[in-house]
Design a protein around this ligand. Sequence first.
Ligand code: GUN
Length: 291
Amino acid sequence: MILLDGKKTSNEIKDEIALEVDSLINSGGKKPHLAAILVGNNGASETYVNAKVKACNKVGFDSTLVRLEDSVSEDKLIDEIKKINNNNLIDGLIVQLPLPNHINEKKIINTIDVLKDVDGFHPINIGNMTLNLPSFIPATPAGIIELLDRYKIDTEGKNCVVIGRSHIVGLPVSILMARNNNPGNATVTLVHSRSKNIKDVCLKADILIVALGKANFVNSSMVKAGCCIIDVGITRIPSDITKSGWKLVGDVDFNDVKDKVSYITPVPGGVGPMTIAMLLKNTLLAAKSRN
Ligand code: GUN
């Protein structure tokens, strides 16, 4: 079994980005600048956004973090987005999800300037991605594709099963795996909460991408020997062997499947760090195309 090391790979990507930032600046350009809007104080969102800001500093980007109260009105949030859309010094903008229930997420995503939408969530970016036209690709799916590419995992003609149809991961990664690209060109099955015989479908997968957010959902009885597993889940569960009293686990029961598979992403240290690296890559792309 080979571990798909997202931490190491993401560090390589960040080093490559830092070099590109140096050459941008040496040729008279400005530092890429990412803005993030964080609404409320959801602990996980706070952790993710802080990690994104830290990664910006590491590669030499400027960053702006806009914090808004949980009770902020939709209009005020839209105003903040418009200010950033109109700010020529800012190249990329993300609004961390989920948003409080009183805010319409679709309306918010639609307000982000398509050319600054480095999360790739705007319907125009999703449409262009689907048609294999230039676009920002959502960071987690892009990170999965990048890992498959860097580890030279053959996807052409393979059976790829994706579990979960979220707009952030499952749906876009299923499109990317089916596109006429390398990696891509796979025969894709998208499994979701209304699917029947999930186990039988999973047993046919050469590549299994699991993104449903249920700790240890996939076990060895659901995977074909020699398959490649990409585990997107990350859930905190109680543990009596760690000092903190909890540990992070994926959607796949790692210990149960590890001797049966050919490749697998660890949790943590697999897909998570790749997401941040790809967000930085999108921001660099946004900055270069605006320059
Ligand atoms: N919430 C979970 N994943 C993401 C992401 O990739 N981007 C944003 N903006 N919010 C998220």
